[in-house]
Design a protein around this ligand. Structure first.
Ligand SMILES: Nc1ncnc2c1ncn2[C@@H]1O[C@H](COP(=O)(O)OP(=O)(O)OP(=O)(O)O)[C@@H](O)[C@H]1O
Ligand SMILES: [Mg+2]
Length: 417
C-alpha cells in the first residue's frame, strides 16, 4: 500500500517541502520538492512569524507547482533548545479475566507512563513506547496476545515549550497547511538514514544543520535519548567572519569551497597553494587568506561540536554501548573529514548518512541536508496520523494542534505493534 504524504522541514537555513508517495516498505516516490531559503528562524525556533510564513508559503507553493498536488496537511519537523526529553515507565493490570494482553492494557500502561509532571508552559510532543515487561520479564516488543497479570511499558517522552510549538504551528497554518503531526527532527532524520539493524544494535544519530545539532540514541530498536543542541553550521561561518574579517557570504563561500574539519600540518611559509584571494570588509579590496588557518577555525568549532556530542552520550548512559556507532547527517555532515574527526576523537564507527530508496523527482534529496524532510515522509507512512481529524475531537481547543488526550489516542495507533 502507498499513500501520498507531505513533509515540511522548517530548518534554520532552508525550508524544504516534499510531496511523495510512500510505500509501506519505506520506498519514497517523490512527486515534488519545494526548496527555499529559510527566514524568521533562529537556532531551529520561529522568531518572526511573518518571515517564517513567507518562507513556508514559498516552499509549499513550489512543491505544489512541481507535483500538481494541492497540499492540505503535512508532517512538520520541530527542534530548538526548548526541547527536552525523559524516559518514563507505566504500569497496568491486565484487564481480561483470562489475562490475555490487549491493546487496551497497553493504552492504560502508556497513559500511566505519560502521567509525568509536565510544567504548564510545556507540551508533550511524543510519547514513544519502547519495550514492555510482562510480570517482570523484560525486553518484550509486542506483548499483545501474551498472558500475564501485570504489564509495564518503558516510554520516551519528548516535550517542548508551548510558545515555541505554537509559533511553529501558527506559521505552518498561516501558510495554508494543517499539521498531521509534529515530529522531533532527529527522529525524522533517523527514519531516513538509519537501518533497523543500526537501531537494534545501538546507534547515535547526529543531524548537524545550520542552527542546531539534533541527537537521537536508539538501542534495541527503541528511542532512549533525544536532545537538541543550539550549535550548527552558522557558528562555523560566524567564526570565519570573526577571525578573518570577511563578509558573511564570503565566509560561507570559503567554508563550502575550501573547508575541511581537519586542518593537518601547517604549510611552508608563503606556500602559494595555501593562499586564497578573498574580499575584505572594505569593498573592492582583496585579502589573501591561509587555507590552513581557515581549516583551523573550522576544526576548533568541529571539535567543540564533537565534545557536545560526547556529553550527550554520557548523559544517555550508553557510553561504550553503541556498536553501530554514530551516523552523521544534516548539511554540516558534508564538511570534508568531519566524520574522520568524530571517529578519531570518540573512537567509534562513524559514517555519513544519506536518505536512500528514493525515486521520482528526487533531485538532490539523497544528500545529508534532506534527511529530516525525507524522514518526515517515512514517519508519516509508518506511524500514520497522531491527530484524529474528527469534527468533535476538540482539535482546535488548546493550541490548534489537538488536545493531549486525542493526540494520545493517536500515539497509540502510531506505536502499537
Ligand atoms: N559542504 C559543506 N561543508 C560545510 N558545511 C556545509 C556544507 N554543505 C552545507 N553546509 C552547512 O550546512 C548548514 C545547513 O544544513 P541544513 O540544511 O541541514 O540546515 P537546516 O536544516 O536548515 O538547519 P537546522 O536543522 O539546524 O534548523 C549550513 O550552515 C551550511 O553552511
Ligand atoms: Mg535541519
Amino acid at each position: 500500500m502507498q499513500r501520498t504524504i507531505v513533509g515540511i522541514d522548517v530548518g534554520t537555513t532552508k525550508v524544504c517541502t516534499v510531496v511523495a508517495q510512500v510505500h509501506e516498505s519505506g520506498k519514497v516516490n517523490v512527486l515534488g520538492v519545494g526548496l527555499t531559503a529559510s527566514k524568521g528562524l533562529d537556532k531551529g525556533v520561529v522568531v518572526n512569524i511573518e518571515d517564517a510564513v513567507n518562507a513556508i508559503t514559498t516552499s509549499v507553493e513550489k512543491a505544489e507547482r512541481v507535483s500538481g498536488y494541492r497540499i492540505g496537511t503535512a508532517f512538520v519537523g520541530i527542534a530548538g533548545r526548548h526541547i527536552s526529553s525523559l524516559n518514563s515507565r507505566g504500569v497496568a493490570a491486565v484487564g481480561r479475566p483470562d489475562h490475555e494482553i490487549t491493546r487496551s492494557d497497553i493504552a492504560r500502561a502508556v497513559e500511566s507512563a505519560q502521567a509525568v509532571a509536565v510544567p504548564t508552559q510545556r507540551d508533550i510532543i511524543h510519547v514513544i513506547p519502547r519495550a514492555y515487561q510482562v510480570d517482570g520479564n523484560d525486553g518484550i516488543r509486542d506483548p499483545i496476545g501474551m498472558s500475564g497479570f501485570r504489564l509495564e511499558v518503558e516510554t520516551h517522552i519528548v516535550t517542548g515549550e508551548v510558545m515555541a510549538i505554537q509559533n511553529l504551528i501558527k506559521s505552518v497554518q498561516k501558510a495554508g497547511v494543517e499539521i498531521d503531526d509534529l515530529v522531533l527532527q532527529p527522529l525524522a532524520s533517523g527514519e531516513a538514514v538509519l537501518s533497523p539493524e543500526d537501531k537494534d544494535r545501538g546507534v547515535m544519530l547526529v543531524d548537524i544543520g545550520g542552527g542546531t545539532t539534533d541527537i537521537a540514541i536508539f538501542v534495541n530498536g527503541g528511542v532512549y535519548h533525544t536532545s537538541v543542541i543550539p550549535v550548527g553550521g552558522n557558528q562555523f561561518t560566524n567564526d570565519i567572519v570573526y577571525v578573518l574579517h570577511t563578509p558573511h557570504n564570503t565566509a560561507e563561500y570559503l567554508k563550502l569551497r575550501y573547508g575541511c574539519a581537519i586542518a593537518g600540518d601547517p604549510p611552508e611559509p608563503n606556500d602559494p597553494n595555501d593562499l586564497i584571494d578573498v574580499d575584505t570588509l572594505t569593498m573592492g579590496e582583496k585579502q589573501k587568506v591561509s587555507r590552513h588557518l581557515l581549516n583551523e577555525i573550522l576544526q576548533s568549532r568541529a571539535e567543540q561540536i564533537v565534545e557536545l556530542i560526547y556529553n550527550e552520550i554520557r548523559r544517555s548512559e550508553f557510553e561504550g554501548m553503541l556498536p553501530a556507532g554514530i551516523v552523521l547527517t544534516g548539511g554540516c555532515a558534508q564538511l570534508p573529514r568531519f566524520d574522520e574527526l568524530v571517529r578519531d576523537m570518540l573512537g567509534v564507527p562513524v559514517r555519513v548518512g544519506v536518505p536512500n530508496d528514493l525515486s521520482g523527482l528526487a533531485d538532490t534529496l539523497d544528500t545529508p541536508p534532506y534527511a529530516t524532510a525525507v524522514g518526515l515522509l517515512r514517519w508519516g507512512s509508518r506511524h500514520g496520523l497522531a491527530m484524529l481529524n474528527t469534527p468533535h475531537s476538540g482539535l482546535q481547543e488548546r493550541n490548534g494542534w489537538g488536545n493531549t488526550y486525542e493526540r494520545f489516542k493517536g500515539w497509540l495507533r502510531e506505536f502499537l505493534p
